[in-house]
Design a protein. Structure first.
Length: 386
């Protein structure tokens, strides 16, 4: 991942090409910081401003101690804002009430604190989740109400329709506003496009018949599955274009589900069908060059049915990625704890594999998530720092 020095402030290695000294950036070493459900920040809603600021600083210090050079900070967890926005309300995860003013700007504070620590900030948005918990009270100017025609209850959530052009235009406007006003290093999308099924054997009955019918009546010819993928591809291409035109130094990345579709690659076993259930087509983005990097979520141990090394080799292969776009695997340090209880040696192995599996000049990873680094679970911060 390449950043302007003013944003990344990282040390550069040097190599020589044709007698000329050329700078080479360090590998991209990042961690996700999640705000949805208060997973990482703030630790709970309604904390005092100084307490929230202290928590942000502590996370940055944990990143610095682990020798990371970026954080991927969730600024839009549910069509809301963890920054000053005229388009969407303040996130309820800050104060407990959607629209409640936290009395400071968390994103601006994070950027200001990250810069002297040599850490770049990527702004992570969820494009289609209108509410993570549908029955929670929302602000008067919430996005779900604004796009009521295109907002559907799915499981316990509210979901915006990717096929509705007004929804797409709104997401583009949100990103345009964000990149114009904040000196971030990049924009990042997660893996939530069309909603995940609770059980891969029972796909979500997404209620977009009316929107699809309007598309066909206007002359569209695609079958519904292809149309859904086109909707997602269209948003990805538009976001890449606007970032490239308005802030060419910024990067645009996505962290898709780690298995493209069952059978690809043939050496792993997959149940969820990203291509035909989430309607996300990361290979198309790689072929079209509409992303600057991908961070597939490879949240499985090596030498398993979903082998980390087999998946990483596949994603970084020339057949899958003909343009050589950087692939930064998502590594699940969170699984050091809980019911998974991975040994630290598994993360060490995955970090070693990342270095050895054809990264070229585009080496790097993103850790899910920052908390194990803060707690140095099983000495993980020391392992990552090396």
């Amino acid at each position: 991942m390449r950043f302007l020095p003013v944003l990344l402030a990282c040390a550069f290695l040097v190599h020589h090409v044709g007698g000329q000294t050329q700078p080479e950036p360090e590998p991209f070493r990042a961690a996700w910081v999640a705000t949805v459900f208060n997973l990482n920040f703030p630790s709970k809603p309604g904390l005092a401003v100084e307490t929230q600021k202290t928590e942000l600083i502590q996370m940055l210090e944990a990143a610095r101690r682990s020798r990371l050079n970026a954080v991927v900070f969730q600024v839009r967890p549910e069509s809301d804002a963890v920054y000053i926005s005229s388009l969407e309300p303040w996130s309820r995860y800050l104060t407990g009430d959607q629209g409640g003013n936290p009395a400071y700007d968390p994103l601006d504070f994070l950027i200001q604190q990250a810069k002297p620590r040599g850490i770049a900030v990527h702004a992570w948005i969820n494009p289609y989740r209108a509410a993570a918990t549908a029955d929670k009270t929302r602000a008067a100017r919430n996005t779900a109400d604004r796009f009521r025609r295109f907002c559907y209850p799915i499981h316990t959530m509210l979901w915006l329709d990717p096929g509705a052009l007004p929804v797409q235009d709104h997401v583009v406007a949100v990103v345009r506003d964000l990149i114009r006003r904040y000196p971030i290093a990049g924009v990042h999308l997660d893996d939530y496009f069309y909603p995940y099924p609770k059980d891969p054997q029972h796909p979500v009955a997404f209620p977009d018949d009316a929107v699809y019918r309007a598309y066909r009546e206007s002359g569209g010819t695609l079958e519904k599955a292809d149309w859904r993928r086109r909707n997602v591809n269209q948003l990805v291409a538009r976001l890449h274009s606007i970032i490239r035109s308005e802030a060419p130094h910024m990067k645009f990345g996505i962290s898709p589900f780690g298995i493209y579709t069952p059978g690809q690659p043939a050496t792993v076993t997959g149940k969820l069908d990203q291509l035909n259930q989430l309607y996300a087509d990361p290979l198309q983005w790689l072929r079209d060059g509409t992303v600057d990097y991908l961070a597939p979520q490879l949240y499985w141990p090596d030498k398993s049915e979903q082998s980390f090394s087999e998946l990483l080799k596949w994603w970084r292969s020339r057949e899958v990625n003909p343009r050589g776009i950087p692939i930064y695997p998502g590594i699940a340090v969170e699984r050091l704890g809980g019911s998974y209880n991975w040994p630290a040696s598994e993360i060490r192995r995955q970090l070693d594999l990342e270095k050895k599996t054809g990264p070229g000049a585009n080496a790097g990873f993103i850790l899910w998530n920052i908390k194990p680094l803060q707690e140095n679970t099983k000495g993980i911060s020391d392992i990552i720092r090396r």
